[in-house]
Design a protein around this ligand. Structure first.
Ligand SMILES: [Zn+2]
Ligand SMILES: [Zn+2]
Length: 727
C-alpha cells in the first residue's frame, strides 16, 4: 500500500493530507493531483510518498486524478520553498503554488491560451475623438497604436496598463483582435552570446569573475535601476550571459521596470522578459515554461518573480535592497531580498545587493563579514558642494497651513526666478477626496460645506459631518472642468492653499499612479508635491528644481516604529542624490520643532548617508533592537475582542513559563494595533524578541500547534510575522 501526502493552495487548510495511491497509478513528488475534501474538488501538490499512515484504512480516501507525469519544480525551488515555509512558519502548499503560473493553479486552462489578443486602433473614429483625450497616458497609448498593434499580454512593456486600454476601448478608439496562437515566439538567436565578447577586465571585474561559481553576497553602493555603477553592472551581466547562464533582476516597485528594461534591451541585445503584477496569466505561463527550459536569459521582475524556475540561474541582482516594498504584507510575510539571498545560497551562485542607501541590516551584515563590497566602499558624497542646508525652527511660529513664513518667502523667491520647487511631505493620511486640476477646488458637501471623502469601492462621495452621500462627480463643482483627480485629503488642502497664495503657479502632485506621466515633461515656475517614498526622479528628468523642502517630518522621532528614522534618511539621501545631476547649487529646507535633535546634526553636517547610518546603528545596538536582536510578531484578529485577549495572554503565559530562565528572551504586549477601519475587526499583537535568531526560531517552531490547542481558529485569525518591519 502506498500513501501520498499532498498540500493545498490554502492558508487555512495548511496541513498535509494523506491519500491512498491506487496500485494502477504512478505519481512523482512535485506533481499535481486532484482530490476530494468534503465532496469538493481540490488541486494538491504531492509532497511526500510513504508506506504507512495514522488514518484507519476505511477512512482513507483514494486520490482522483494525476495531472502531471513529472515534477513541476526543480530541486532548488523545492528546497527554497520548504525553507521559506519553515522560517516564516507558513503553509508550504501556498508557497509551492505561488511558484507556479496561475494556469497551473487551476484545473481548466483559460480558453484564451490558444489565442493571442491584440489591441488595435479604430481608425474610423480616431480623428473625431483624438482631440478630446486629455489623459497623457491615453495619448501615449494612441500614438503607439498608430504605429503597431499592441499584444494584450505585453502592454507593460510599453509602460501602459489594462485600465488605460479599457478606457480607450470605452471611447471606441481601440478594440481587441483575436489571432491564433502558435508556439514559442522567442528568437533563439537572441538568447546568449555565442561569439566571443570583449570586456576590458579591471580589478573589480576580476574579483567577481574569480568567484563566479560560488555563493557570495556582493554589495554595490548603487542601483542598476538608477543607472549607478552602470558599466560594472553591464559587464557583470555580459560575463554571466557569456557563460550561458541566466540572470534574475529584482526591482522593488513596478514603475522602475520600464526604464531599465528599455536600457538593457538596447545595451545587451538579448531577450528580456518582465514579470510583475501586470503580467497576464498567459504571458506568465509562457515565461515560466521558457525560463524553466533555458530559453529566456534575463527576467526583470518584482517580488512575485523570486520563485521563478530557471534552468541555469547564474546571478541575482537586487535593486534598492533597502526598499520596504520587498517585504510582503499579504499571505506569507517574507522579505524578497532575504529570500533572494537564501536562493543564491541554495543554488550556490553569486548575488548582488545594490543601493546607495543600504539598509541597516545589510550594513550590519557587512560589518560582521557576511556580505562583501564589490565596488568601492561607502562613497560619501560631499553634499555641501551641491546644496545649502537650512533647518527651520517652527517652534515659535504661528502656523499657516503647514508652511512656515520663511519657507513661503523662499518659495516666492524661487518662483520669481522661474524655477521649480519640490515639496516632500512626510506622513500624511490615506483618506481621499476630489480636487480640481484647474481651479484647485476641493469637492464640498452642499449642505454643510465640509470636504467630501471619496469611497473607491462604492464610487461615492461621503460627508463625514452630516452623512450626506452623493454619486462620484464627473466634473468640478466650482468651474465645471472635467479635469479632476482623486487625491489624499491633506495634499488637496495643501494644493488648494498654495493656489490661493500663488494663483498663477502650476501645482502638481506626483505619486506612483502618475509618475510615468511626469518623467518626460518640462516645467518652469511650478510646485511639485511628492509623498514619500513613492517619487523618484529618474535620470531623464529635466526639471529645473532649485528648492527642495522637507515638511512634516517630526513624527519620525515619536513613531512606534523604530525604523522610521532609517527610512527617512534613505528617502532624504535618495532625493539628494538624484538631484545632483543638474549642476547648480540648490537649497534644502527642513522644517522641524526639534532643531536641536542629534539626528539633524548627523543628517546635514556630515558628509552623507553612511555617517548617519553609523549613528543609527549605534543607537540600535544600545537599545538591543534589530539587527542586534530578532523579532517575531504574533497578530490575532477577530470580531470579538475577548477572544483576542484570552488567546494572546494564554500564548504569552506559555512562552513565559517555558523560557523563564532565558535572559535573552523578551515578550512585549499584548498591545493594540491600529484598528482596521474598513472592517470591524479588532487586532492585537505580541512581540517576541531574542538576541539569537536560532533560539527565537526554536521557540516558535511548533507555534501553530500550540495556538490551535488554545483556541478554535474559527474564532480568530492568527498571523505570524517573522522579521517584521511594521509595528
Ligand atoms: Zn455635509
Ligand atoms: Zn475647478
Amino acid at each position: 500500500m502506498k500513501i501520498i501526502q499532498i498540500v493545498l493552495n490554502n492558508e487555512i487548510l495548511y496541513k498535509k493530507f494523506d491519500y491512498l495511491l491506487p496500485d494502477s497509478m504512478n505519481v512523482v513528488l512535485g506533481s499535481r493531483v486532484i482530490v476530494y475534501i468534503k465532496n469538493k474538488e481540490y488541486i494538491g501538490i504531492v509532497i511526500n510518498i510513504k508506506n504507512n499512515t495514522n488514518i484507519t484504512q476505511n477512512k482513507l480516501k483514494s486520490l482522483k486524478e494525476i495531472l502531471d507525469i513529472q515534477s513541476l519544480f526543480n530541486t532548488s525551488i523545492w528546497s527554497i520553498a520548504n525553507k521559506i515555509a519553515v522560517y516564516y512558519q507558513y503553509s508550504i502548499g501556498v508557497i509551492l503554488f505561488q511558484a507556479l503560473p496561475i494556469y497551473l493553479r487551476e484545473k481548466v486552462y483559460s480558453k484564451y491560451i490558444f489565442y493571442n489578443l491584440y489591441w488595435v486602433l479604430n481608425k474610423k473614429l480616431l480623428n473625431n475623438n483624438f482631440k478630446k483625450i486629455k489623459s497623457l497616458k491615453q495619448i501615449i497609448a494612441l500614438n503607439i497604436l498608430k504605429k503597431i498593434k499592441i499584444n494584450y499580454e505585453k502592454i507593460s512593456y510599453y509602460g501602459l496598463t489594462n485600465s488605460i486600454m479599457i478606457s480607450l476601448q470605452k471611447k471606441n478608439l481601440c478594440f481587441l483582435q483575436k489571432k491564433k496562437y502558435y508556439s514559442s515566439t522567442i528568437n533563439k538567436q537572441n538568447i546568449f552570446y555565442n561569439s566571443k565578447i570583449f570586456i576590458k577586465k579591471n580589478d573589480i571585474l576580476n574579483k567577481f569573475y574569480n568567484k563566479i561559481n560560488i555563493f557570495i553576497t556582493w554589495i554595490i553602493s548603487g542601483s542598476l535601476i538608477f543607472f549607478e555603477n552602470i558599466d560594472l553592472y553591464l559587464n557583470i551581466i555580459r560575463i554571466i550571459l557569456y557563460k550561458k547562464k541566466q540572470v534574475l533582476i529584482l526591482v522593488p516597485r513596478i514603475y522602475y521596470i520600464i526604464y531599465i528594461y528599455k536600457f538593457l534591451l538596447k545595451k545587451l541585445n538579448v531577450s528580456i522578459y518582465l514579470l510583475n503584477s501586470e503580467t497576464s496569466n498567459k504571458e506568465n505561463f509562457f515565461i515560466w515554461k521558457n525560463t524553466k527550459n533555458g530559453n529566456i536569459p534575463i527576467i526583470i521582475g518584482t517580488s512575485c518573480s523570486i520563485l521563478t524556475s530557471f534552468l541555469n540561474l547564474g546571478l541575482i541582482i537586487v535593486n534598492e535592497e533597502h526598499d520596504i516594498a520587498y517585504k510582503q504584507i499579504n499571505k506569507c510575510r517574507y522579505n524578497t531580498r532575504d529570500i533572494a539571498v537564501l536562493r543564491a545560497k541554495t543554488e550556490n551562485i553569486p548575488i548582488i545587493l545594490g543601493s546607495a542607501t543600504l539598509s541597516l541590516e545589510t550594513l550590519n551584515n557587512i560589518n560582521i563579514g557576511k556580505y562583501k563590497f564589490l565596488s568601492d566602499k561607502y562613497i560619501n558624497i560631499l553634499y555641501n558642494k551641491y546644496y545649502n542646508f537650512n533647518l527651520i525652527n517652527i517652534n515659535n511660529e504661528k502656523f499657516k497651513n503647514i508652511f512656515s513664513n520663511v519657507l513661503l518667502k523662499k518659495i516666492q523667491k524661487n518662483l520669481n526666478n522661474k524655477n521649480n520647487i519640490m515639496l516632500c511631505i512626510n506622513n500624511i493620511g490615506q483618506v481621499n477626496t476630489i480636487l480640481c486640476n484647474i481651479c484647485y477646488y476641493i469637492a464640498k458637501c452642499s449642505f454643510c460645506k465640509n470636504n467630501y471623502i471619496f469611497y473607491k469601492k462604492k464610487k461615492k462621495l461621503y460627508c463625514s459631518f452630516c452623512k450626506n452621500t452623493i454619486l462620484m462627480i464627473k466634473y468640478c463643482l466650482n468651474c465645471n472642468s472635467h479635469s479632476i483627480s482623486v487625491i489624499i485629503i491633506e495634499i488637496a488642502q495643501i494644493m488648494h492653499y498654495l493656489n490661493k497664495i500663488f494663483p498663477s503657479i502650476l501645482i502638481r502632485y506626483v505619486d506612483k499612479n502618475n509618475i510615468l506621466e511626469y518623467d518626460n515633461k518640462t516645467y518652469n515656475k511650478s510646485v511639485i508635491i511628492i509623498n514619500s517614498p513613492f517619487f523618484i526622479q529618474n535620470r531623464y528628468s529635466i526639471l529645473n528644481i532649485t528648492l527642495i523642502a522637507f515638511i512634516n517630518i517630526d513624527d519620525i522621532f515619536f513613531s512606534k516604529n523604530f525604523r522610521d528614522m532609517e527610512y527617512f534618511s534613505q528617502y532624504f539621501f535618495r532625493i539628494l542624490k538624484n538631484n545632483l545631476k543638474i549642476y547648480k547649487k540648490k537649497e534644502i529646507i527642513i522644517q522641524t520643532n526639534y532643531i536641536q535633535h542629534k539626528f539633524f546634526d548627523k543628517l546635514i553636517n556630515y558628509s552623507g548617508y553612511y555617517n548617519l547610518a553609523k549613528f543609527l546603528l549605534k543607537e540600535r545596538k544600545l537599545m538591543l533592537l534589530p539587527p542586534f536582536s530578532n523579532h517575531v510578531i504574533l497578530i490575532a484578529e477577530s470580531y470579538n475582542i475577548n477572544y483576542i485577549r484570552i488567546f494572546l495572554n494564554k500564548l504569552k503565559d506559555i512562552f513565559l513559563n517555558k523560557y523563564i530562565n532565558d535572559k535573552n528572551f523578551f515578550i512585549m504586549g499584548p498591545m493594540n494595533l491600529l484598528k482596521n477601519k474598513k472592517t470591524i475587526l479588532f487586532r492585537k499583537q505580541i512581540i517576541l524578541q531574542h538576541l539569537s535568531r536560532n533560539h527565537l526560531h526554536y521557540i516558535i517552531k511548533n507555534i501553530m500547534k500550540i495556538a490551535k490547542k488554545i483556541i478554535n481558529f474559527n474564532k480568530i485569525k492568527f498571523i505570524i510575522d517573522v522579521d517584521p518591519i511594521e509595528y
